[in-house]
Design a protein around this ligand. Sequence first.
Ligand SMILES: Nc1nc2c(ncn2[C@@H]2O[C@H](COP(=O)(O)OP(=O)(O)OP(=O)(O)O)[C@@H](O)[C@H]2O)c(=O)[nH]1
Ligand SMILES: [Mg+2]
Ligand SMILES: [Zn+2]
Length: 297
Amino acid sequence: MRARELGRKSVVVGDRVGLVGDTSGAPGALARIVRIAERTSVLRRTADDDETTAEGRLERVVVANADQLVIVSALADPPPRTGFIDRCLVAAYDAGIEPLLCLTKADLAGPEAVLGYYTELELPYVLIRPDSDLAALRALLAGRVSVLVGHSGVGKSTLVNRLVPEAERAVGTVSAIGRGRHTSTSAVALRLPVEPGAGGDTGWIVDTPGVRSFGLAHVSAESLLHGFPDLVEATVDCPANCPHTADEAECALDAWVAAGKADARRLASYRRLLASRSGEGDPREPERNPGDPLAGS
Ligand SMILES: Nc1nc2c(ncn2[C@@H]2O[C@H](COP(=O)(O)OP(=O)(O)OP(=O)(O)O)[C@@H](O)[C@H]2O)c(=O)[nH]1
Ligand SMILES: [Mg+2]
Ligand SMILES: [Zn+2]
């Protein structure tokens, strides 16, 4: 339990804390959290899915002290949404956490469309099938605190169970996907097992409940651009205080895309995020481009 001297300070998954009392872990043992160490990173999101409720307007800390954000997206069932992945990338860069794209259900569909969209980004990725070897992923997770984020049903808990068999995380049924069912209801950090032959810190993996969207109300307009490193370079040619919106005739981003230096869909995605933050778009509506099945959020 939390000690009274912590006041209103919240304790979140990933926090490093000081404990006093009986830390034996035996049944009935009671220990108190007396101190929360300074956080090296804080991954936040705003719950703009349900902004009609007081709670939905709140900014939530997803996890503390993570150094890798594993953006889990299924290649099918549910289909990938690059708008959602782009939001996660913004959140990662804003929090100073390295992104890793984890494409699951590669047995159901190919990764070409998603990877094609991110060609200009040096975004590390892994492909996961039920029978795939997880060695590459394990190597990327070793010695780090990684947090899995993604829509419900993409296979986060399935993956955690393969990485940490003792975790026994509940997994949903495919038939329930799309009905808004969320199998996992709270975030849990699990220590990764020791690999044969490898020493040192094994690292931690944090499984989180599926989210419908990744709200970015807490990220400044300027910081939004950091989630788009393929666009950032162009803005040196923008006029001072350029808002980078489509109606800004002098904005250099249009010429950059026209010259083939970035994908037009990435610019459209950036501008949709700009618009949704200024209240022009409804974040509860899927952000779609006509003719672009990947673009939803
Ligand atoms: N075909 C296929 N199915 C998969 C794969 N990974 C997971 N699944 C299935 O997808 C369904 C949902 O998996 P979960 O692991 O519960 O998904 P989750 O992301 O933890 O979902 P929430 O806890 O609701 O956020 C389960 O029926 C899994 O068996 C995969 O690589 N291929
Ligand atoms: Mg789950
Ligand atoms: Zn501009």
